[in-house]
Design a protein around this ligand. Structure first.
Ligand SMILES: [Zn+2]
Length: 419
């Protein structure tokens, strides 16, 4: 048995170091590098570190029989050769070293697995795809949308991928009260991985410089902006994101600022995007994919299966191209005023003197489904407001909006409000 394990480890290590078999290889082991890294560590730490590297290698690379052709075989079907556990786009994303990158995909593409795995590699200081050593300690945040998502999805995925050895939680993980404190994983090499919830407010995103911030699903833009400035002199902050567009929110801020940001993407080291569909994941059988699709309308498949942003749902005043033009020409409001718990008022133009403003909200205004609500003032005044999504979801596209459509058209496109 021991023999089998050491044979597997040898095959895995040879595969990693063979650029014919491992297209993601960046750094071949160099005995001197290893020696100088190990020389700086005490014996017990060095031992943990070597075990962690082995763990990451055997997590990322799985043993198969030569003749295994089963789509999505998880490995251990035989012990002839090592194959990468991640599918090619996940692997590119995990291996990528640019400053910021996102995967924007359908559900169940494996985006969160890839995101968390990069964080685990970074914390341990080793990437079993590229074979690089990262400097440690690393200070990392993994950010979910809300507490249940962090507790039920991110922490379990992290625990599954992370070598247990040499790691402690800051809290008793079973009794952990999310409202009071962040959950922090502390590693033997002094790296720290803090789990945060985007709905806890931007104040919780201040603090010292970070080495890596991972966003699981699209956070509110203020959280992204606040977190992304956690840069310290002499340290390079990496940002990684993974998301499926929300079918009920339409074209959210990441559409323009991330997915369509051609200026930043012109230099992939600045920003690089992977898009993808659920069907990229070889772990899902055709049957499962068929079943997933059967419960969805076509527009919903576009989002949840193919990872495209929803637009132009319901009875819109504009077709898809019109909506895109509006979106692309959208400018930032001059002022955003909070007018209730669920509503902001977006002001796009300087106020005129001696003009009275009255604001009426028309939920059936004819913009995209669930995404926007306009507030009308007098014809010489343009103000736009946007409500929370909850209510708009139900009926925004249903009302009789013929005359709303006329008003919009008569006046030209209103400024588009985004959150
Ligand atoms: Zn297999």
């Amino acid at each position: 048995m021991l023999e089998d394990i050491s044979t597997s480890l040898r095959i895995i290590s040879q595969t990693i170091n063979d650029n014919q078999k491992n297209p993601y290889l960046i750094k071949s082991w160099d005995a001197d590098d290893l020696y100088s890294k190990l020389a700086g560590l005490s014996d017990d730490v060095a031992e943990i570190w070597i075990k962690c590297i082995t763990h990451l290698q055997t997590y990322a690379w799985r043993m198969h029989a030569n003749d295994c052709i089963k789509r999505g075989c998880p490995g251990d079907c035989g012990y002839d050769e090592a194959r990468l556990f991640f599918h090619p786009k996940q692997a590119e994303y995990i291996a990528w070293n640019g400053d910021e990158s996102w995967v924007i995909t359908g559900n169940r593409w494996g985006k969160t697995d890839a995101l968390v795995f990069r964080a685990v590699c970074q914390a341990n200081g080793y990437n079993p795809l590229t074979n690089e050593l990262y400097p440690t300690p690393q200070n990392i945040w993994i950010v979910g949308l809300d507490f249940p998502m962090v507790r039920d999805i991110l922490v379990p995925k992290f625990k599954k991928q992370m070598p247990e050895l040499g790691m402690k939680w800051s809290e008793d993980i079973d009794l952990w009260n999310f409202n009071k404190t962040d959950l922090i994983a502390k590693l033997f090499n002094k790296s720290e991985v803090g789990f945060k919830s985007a709905d806890s407010g931007i104040e919780k995103f201040r603090g010292a410089g970070k080495d890596l911030i991972c966003f699981d699903e699209e956070p509110p833009k203020e959280v992204y902006s606040e977190a992304s400035i956690r840069v310290e002199a002499g340290r390079n902050l990496l940002i990684r994101g993974s998301m499926t567009p929300d079918p009920f929110k339409g074209l959210t801020w990441t559409y323009k600022d991330i997915l369509k940001n051609t200026q930043r993407q012109a230099d992939p080291a600045n920003l690089r995007i992977w898009t993808g569909a659920t069907t990229d994941n070889p772990g899902l059988s055709d049957n499962i994919i068929r079943r997933l699709k059967s419960n969805m309308e076509t527009w919903e498949q576009e989002v949840r299966i193919f990872g495209n942003y929803a637009m132009g749902l319901g009875r819109c005043a504009f077709n898809q191209d019109g909506l895109l033009r509006l979106r692309d020409n959208a400018r930032e409001p001059l002022e955003i005023r909070k007018i209730s718990d669920s509503a902001n008022l977006y002001i796009y133009e300087e106020r005129l003197n001696d003009v009275g403003y009255c604001i009426g909200i028309d939920t059936a205004e004819g913009l995209e489904h669930g995404a926007a609500v306009l507030a009308h003032a007098r014809p010489d005044v343009r103000e736009a407001a946007r409500r929370g999504d909850g209510e708009a979801r139900g009926g925004a596209h249903e009302g009789g909006d013929d005359d709303a459509r006329e008003r919009v058209q008569a006046r030209g496109p209103p400024p588009y409000a985004s959150r």
